[in-house]
Write a protein that binds this ligand. Structure first.
Ligand SMILES: Cc1cc2nc3c(=O)[nH]c(=O)nc-3n(C[C@H](O)[C@H](O)[C@H](O)COP(=O)(O)OP(=O)(O)OC[C@H]3O[C@@H](n4cnc5c(N)ncnc54)[C@H](O)[C@@H]3O)c2cc1C
Length: 395
């Protein structure tokens, strides 16, 4: 794959990044372009989970940038974490997703709500790349209404028995930790939700295939819990106290997913610019046609606008504002929709080659669309943003 043209990738709303943050971007980008990008298409064609690519993150500390050094992580600021997610997603959805699930969802929740024993048990393995994580949240009956989940946790001597099914689970076959939620009392709805840290090798847990039209290299799975016994020390926080843990995890998850969408938007913009600069029709480069320029202009504006709100959210978190749920919804909504529209425009600029297997750009349409669902759909975020604006919901 040809390296990206410099003039396109320099167009970024990052004028006030610190020198260190700029250095993070430069080093992650160089790493991602040389060590990840050239291999992604092959993994997708062969439907192979990119474990070897993921392991390349470990020596550089990119796998655990939000985990403190005392547990082996490479702890950095939240803006830099977003930049890592952005740059990794610019070259690969799955590799970036691994980082997002470890740092925002599983590891991040353990850091915020776990006991010292739970931190010692799980975090060092994550930083060494030995424990990848899955967030097992979505159920066959729905992923948006998480307060209404059907997986149950029944009290037994010394722990809990889990029963239920989770679907769409990324990384499941390679995970060493399932961060999951189950209800200890279905009638209590969200007040029954409890968070669990589960070893995937636990008796009674099995994986089922969950075939997808896209992201075949992610090998998404169903996860079945059948009378799976988990001891008390697998409960994260308090029994019945899982919903706020979930809220906090998704708040941070939405930040990293939004950052990933910015990276992918940048990638489709870069591909479109490169193609429009070379391809000719009617005796001139197609980038000289106003209708193509209009698309490029819109792609730049979407990418820059999304990046600005994502960086703002990162700065808010660096300033110590832990819950910025409205801003997280704004960032997720804007960045994920920018990503999908950029992918569509980039494919259109490529003409028929946009859907030819030889060209990467077509792959981005469904991959971008998938990011509109994870960590809350566009409808959910519009609902949340409107409720904050109307005062129906408070931060
Ligand atoms: C590639 C990929 C990877 C994924 N990885 C994971 C993973 O690792 N772990 C995991 O747990 N899940 C994962 N998911 C699942 C994802 O989080 C869910 O698809 C998402 O939460 C939506 O749930 P659903 O698909 O069940 O849709 P539903 O909740 O059934 O919603 C269906 C439609 O109804 C709309 N809707 C629902 N409620 C409302 C409302 N109140 N107002 C207006 N509209 C509404 C939704 O926006 C959507 O358009 C993944 C999904 C994809 C595509």
């Amino acid at each position: 794959m040809a390296p990206l043209p410099l003039q396109a990738t320099e167009r970024m709303a990052d004028f006030d990044l610190t020198e260190d943050q700029r250095l993070v971007r430069q080093t992650v980008r160089e790493f991602a372009e040389h060590e990840i990008l050239p291999y992604v298409e092959q993994y997708e064609r062969e439907e192979q989970y990119p474990l070897e690519l993921i392991q390349k993150l470990v020596p550089l500390g990119y796998i655990a940038p939000m985990i403190p050094e005392q547990y082996g992580g490479s702890f950095i600021d939240v803006v830099s974490y977003g930049i890592i997610c952005e740059e990794l997603a610019r070259v690969d959805w799955v590799v970036a997703s691994v980082v997002s699930v470890i740092n925002s969802l599983a590891g991040g929740s353990i850091l915020r709500f776990g006991s010292e024993e739970q931190k010692q048990r799980w975090l060092p393995g994550m930083t060494r790349g030995e424990i990848l994580c899955s967030a097992c949240l979505t159920e066959p009956g729905g992923g948006t209404d998480l307060g209404n989940l059907k997986t149950t946790a029944t009290r037994v001597d010394g722990g809990w028995k889990l029963n239920g099914t989770k679907v769409f689970i990324s990384h499941a076959a390679h995970a060493g930790l399932f961060f999951t939620v189950a209800s200890i009392d279905l009638e209590k709805k969200h007040k029954g939700v409890t968070a669990f840290l589960v070893d995937p090798k636990t008796d009674g847990i099995s994986l089922g295939e969950f075939p997808m039209r896209t992201l075949k290299r992610d090998n998404l799975a169903e996860v079945h819990f059948e009378d799976s016994f988990v001891p008390d020390d697998c409960v994260l926080g308090e029994p019945g106290g899982g919903f706020p843990i979930l809220g906090s995890a998704l708040d941070m998850g939405r930040y990293s997913v939004a950052a990933r969408c910015v990276g992918q938007s940048q990638r489709t913009l870069d591909l479109a610019v490169a193609y429009a600069s070379e391809r000719e029709a009617f005796g001139q480069r197609i980038g000289e046609f106003q209708m193509i320029q209009q698309k490029i202009a819109d792609m730049v504006c979407r990418t820059e606008g999304a990046r600005a709100v994502v960086y703002r959210l990162g700065r808010m978190k660096d300033a110590g504002i832990q819950r910025a749920s409205m801003e997280a919804s704004i960032a997720k909504l804007m960045a994920s929709e920018a990503n999908t529209q950029n992918a569509l425009d980039a494919v259109q600029i490529h003409g028929g080659y946009g859907v030819a297997a030889e060209y990467e750009v077509g792959r981005h349409i469904l991959e971008a669309k998938a990011l509109e669902f994870g960590e809350g759909t566009s409808e959910l975020h519009r609902k949340l943003i409107a409720e904050y604006a109307l005062g129906i919901r408070k931060q």
